[in-house]
Design a protein. Structure first.
Lengths: 441, 198
């Protein structure tokens, strides 16, 4: 297996590509990264009433996320405590209880074991059901309608875990008085690449857009003069903190023509922009709207209304779970145009999305080579040019064309996967920040 | 006989009770033949990357839609295929289909440059006249994609088209595709992208 020393200083900008292929390291990721981070579970709108449930994953562990009768949301491992069968095999629905289809052990909405067939005959009434409930996700945080779960008691509280990323998360989740809703249904697909390529790119990579997505701009505009991404010189910033990342080219004006959603959306946005400005401020509305990742695997694109979880499926595969999110209070025709715009740009058939998968699968395939796996990758863009709390943006940031957030993402990943405690990680972060302050700007 | 997406939904919703959609019905042999030849011609245009000719097969008001689907229990199976307004892989109008073709033929569309090799198998064609003079046509499809050195994908499912009679002097084809619903059989798509037309 790859040695700790190969990844300890990954934040300095050299990537050993075995982190994308090593099967032993992958098992450590499931334990130490996905087992000790806050992971997105569900949004309020997916769980409309008591008994509503969705099945999702925390890493590779299937969990049921269930609306309780008191309105709260709880989650438990979708694994029968008797002999390990998947308790519920539907992806979503409404239930009063969950009955395992192997021997019939039944669990209530919280995951408590409530019925065992032939309890007297088979178990002679010696089974203490309260000890055999499904494994509950011990910590659930609800942030503005978004539920996150965490297995570990040592992980900082959700808002501390976000740190300065709250400012960037709020730019999307706190944007409208009526809040957000997810379009019904999850779009799921499989890409043969390591999950980190995708998650890292959404944290940190504006640089690929003009090249990888050149053809998307051609699809979106009839007029050849409009068929290009913003120029490299356009101002923008990339934020990095606690492993999270966010980056945007600043909007020259708040409402711009949009070839994906069309005027139904942009006219409505023009009419309602004061609401956004009042809630998140004029400056944030112009400067925070594009790519984002909450470590480790929850990402969204503000301009494109897509949210997704990058579900790890072994070192060489990721399952993408994507949702379109909408301003809940918008008229139906606005919602229709936003939904169509997202499906046309960021779905497995989307004119942007298809090209991302092409890059990641080819990188992964090249890494079958021995020499290819010894060849360190360059993640040094903008190294040493970071600044803190500048341009009205909280936290550490750099030019939008930088790999600051990638370095931050992999440093947090490395600290966790190597098994450092959260207390040690917090201490290390403080030391890194102190070191950063003595360096010349 | 199932010929439209509404039939398929009704069959799913009523599978607990007696199905109301009859499973056997015939249509005259000439119509059946013409519909089949039209669908084969369309498949040929796509397999040969003749996208501009392919675009001429669509009505101006076409709705081109591929809803996602979800694993549901029998009790909730009528909600298995996403409804209008819910999640979809594709939801295009003719304007956007033209944009996709502009992209595919641009030379910088990296998920199709170099282009995939595709083979479309269209089978189980079922047609039924509609009151407005057009046809509801259902078919099964199997689209094989071979890509680059050794990548391959299978897109398998059922397609529901509304074919509107067109004066053949206009396009050389007997129909315009006025509506298309593509229902894939996978809930989790086991392909990295749908960069080809279905």
């Amino acid at each position: 297996m790859i040695a700790d020393t190969d990844i300890a200083d990954i934040g300095s900008g050299l990537v050993n590509p075995q982190i994308y292929t090593d099967p032993d390291l992958y098992q450590l990721e499931l334990k130490n990264v996905f087992g000790r981070s806050w992971l997105f579970l569900a949004h309020d709108s997916q769980l409309p009433k008591a008994g509503s449930f969705v099945q999702t994953y925390m890493g590779e562990d299937p969990v049921l996320v269930v609306r309780q009768r008191d309105g709260s949301v709880k989650a438990f491992l979708n694994q029968c405590r008797h002999r390990g069968m998947r308790i519920c095999r539907a992806e979503a629905g409404t239930n009063r209880a969950f009955t395992c289809s192997y021997h019939g052990w039944a669990y209530d909405l919280e995951g408590n074991l409530i019925n065992v067939p032939a309890e007297q005959i088979a178990y002679r009434d010696e089974l203490d059901k309260k000890n055999w409930g499904a494994l509950k996700v011990p910590r659930i945080a609800c942030y503005k309608g978004f539920y996150f779960g965490c297995w570990s008691e040592d992980t900082p509280e959700f808002e501390d875990y976000l740190g300065d990323m709250i400012y960037y998360f709020d730019a999307v989740v706190d944007r409208w008085d009526s809040g957000l809703e997810l379009v019904t249904g999850t779009t799921k697909w499989v890409i043969d690449c390591n999950w980190k390529f995708a998650s890292e790119q959404f944290a940190s990579d504006m640089y690929h857009v003009p090249i990888s997505h050149a053809s998307a701009f051609i699809a979106l505009a009839d007029d050849p003069a409009q068929q290009m991404s913003p120029p490299y010189e356009a101002p923008g910033r990339q934020f990095a903190g606690n492993g999270h990342g966010s980056g945007s080219v600043w909007l020259p004006q708040f409402v711009l023509p949009d070839g994906a959603t069309g005027p139904a959306y942009t006219d409505w946005l023009e009419e309602n922009k004061e609401e956004v400005f009042r809630r998140i401020g004029v400056e944030r509305a112009h400067k925070v709207h594009a790519h984002n990742t909450i470590f480790p695997n929850f990402s969204w694109l503000g301009q494109s209304f897509t949210m997704r979880v990058w579900q790890p499926r072994g070192p060489g595969q990721v399952e993408v779970w994507a949702w379109t999110y909408l301003p809940k209070g918008a008229p139906d025709k606005v919602k229709d145009s936003v939904r169509q715009g997202t499906q046309r740009t960021f779905s497995p058939a989307g004119v942007f999305e298809t090209d991302d998968g092409e890059n990641w699968t080819e990188i992964q395939r090249v890494l079958r080579g021995y020499k290819a796996r010894q060849n360190l990758f360059n993640m040094q863009m903008g190294l040493g040019h970071e600044e803190r709390d500048v341009h009205g943006l909280p936290g550490r940031s750099n030019s939008v064309y930088a790999e600051t957030a990638a370095r931050g993402f992999y440093q947090r990943w490395s600290d966790l996967v190597r098994g450092l405690s959260w207390a040690q990680i917090t201490e290390l972060e403080q030391a890194r920040r102190a070191a950063e302050e003595v360096q010349p700007a | 006989m199932t010929a439209s997406i509404d039939d398929a939904r009704e069959a799913a919703a009523t599978s607990k009770a007696a199905a109301t959609v009859p499973a056997f019905r015939t249509i005259d042999a000439e119509t059946q033949h013409t519909v089949e030849q039209f669908l084969y011609a369309e498949a040929e245009l796509l397999d040969q990357h003749r996208y501009h000719e392919w675009l001429e097969l669509f009505a101006e008001d076409v709705h081109y839609w591929a809803p996602t689907r979800m694993t549901r229990t029998i009790r909730e199976r009528d909600r298995e295929i996403a409804a209008r307004g819910e999640s979809a892989f594709i939801e295009d109008d003719l304007h956007f289909l033209k944009g996709r073709v502009r992209r595919l033929t641009s030379g910088v569309s990296w998920s199709e440059e170099p282009p995939s090799r595709t083979r479309r198998l269209i089978t189980n064609v079922r047609a039924r006249p509609r009151d407005d003079g057009s046809l509801d046509v259902a078919c099964n499809f199997y689209v094989y994609r071979s890509r680059l050195e050794r990548h391959q994908d299978w897109f398998v499912g059922e397609r529901f088209d509304v074919l509107r009679p067109a004066p053949s002097s206009q396009t050389g084809y007997p129909f315009l595709i006025a509506d298309r619903t593509i229902v894939l059989d996978q809930s989790t798509l086991l392909a990295p992208s749908i960069s080809v037309f279905l």
